[in-house]
Design a binder for this molecule. Structure first.
Ligand SMILES: [Zn+2]
Length: 263
């Protein structure tokens, strides 16, 4: 499931391939029933405009211009954004919406499981506020992180994934942050001391920036990272332990069994 680094990869796709091109049409794709997509009037608003800038907040991807309108894309479980030229490609499978720019350039939103969505809006900040998202995980200051996470009741894994506290982290990267911080996912967030939280903030930034640097290509990530061997029963690449799986905060958490459960 896409999280901050994957969303950042697709934001860059738009920034590199779709800016400063006049939008000629915005058409719905295949089998769009039960997919949250802009209606005809909202799609029409985009026509004649250009995207001149992009923005990302947590898992939300935005493209628009100073005076708007903007699109906001949430990838859901399986969404992808593809930019291509009509002479090279046809629309991808499970295409739900297709933005045609002048000439051959197209931007398609492919979303097999239909859990992603696209909105047309005036201002990204309104959408972020309306949904009640906390600060972006790459932007939050160390002090704010200590305050927000340290004051959370419940498991640290759930605290990292709570989008209203901290936007952008899901199941995969919360596991990685806890693995590299040598913390059990069930550790109570409010039991962590300030020093540990500060170290965790640094680990979070280092990990997210590292994945963004590799454009979310996991095969390029270090051998010792959990993501490179995140399977039950695998030998831990940091110590003599074994990777194990347990249910934490309603999700499947992978962690090293040598890091003991608190309490
Ligand atoms: Zn280990």
């Amino acid at each position: 499931m896409p999280e901050l680094p994957e969303a950042e990869h697709y934001r860059r796709t738009i920034a590199e391939k779709c800016l400063n091109r006049t939008i000629e049409s915005v058409e719905l794709g295949d089998d769009t029933e039960h997919v949250e997509l802009p209606g005809g009037n909202a799609r029409e608003r985009l026509v004649g405009h250009q995207f001149t800038e992009t923005h990302r907040h947590g898992k939300l991807i935005f493209a628009g211009s100073k005076d708007g309108p903007w699109i906001c894309v949430h990838l859901g479980m399986t969404g992808r954004l593809l930019a291509y030229d009509t002479s090279d490609h046809t629309p991808p499978d499970f295409n739900r919406i297709l933005i045609a720019f002048e000439g051959e350039r197209r931007l398609a939103f492919s979303c097999p499981r239909k859990l992603g969505w696209v909105h047309v809006l005036d201002d990204p900040e309104d959408e972020i506020a309306e949904r009640g998202f906390g600060p972006d995980a790459m932007d939050i200051s160390e002090d704010d992180f200590v305050e927000v996470i340290g004051s959370t009741n419940g498991a640290i894994k759930g605290a990292l994934m709570a989008q209203k506290k901290l936007a952008g982290i899901g199941n995969l990267w919360s596991d990685e942050i806890l693995f590299q911080s040598e913390l059990h996912p069930e550790t109570k967030a409010s039991d962590l001391d300030e020093k540990t939280l500060r170290k965790m903030h640094a680990a979070m930034r280092r990990i997210l920036a590292g994945v963004c640097d590799k454009d979310a290509d996991y095969s390029q990530l270090p051998y010792r990272w959990l993501v490179s061997h995140r399977h039950k029963g695998e030998d831990c690449r940091r110590c003599d332990g074994t990777i194990t799986k347990s249910k934490v905060s309603g999700r499947s958490a992978y962690h090293c069994d040598s890091v003991s459960k608190p309490g």
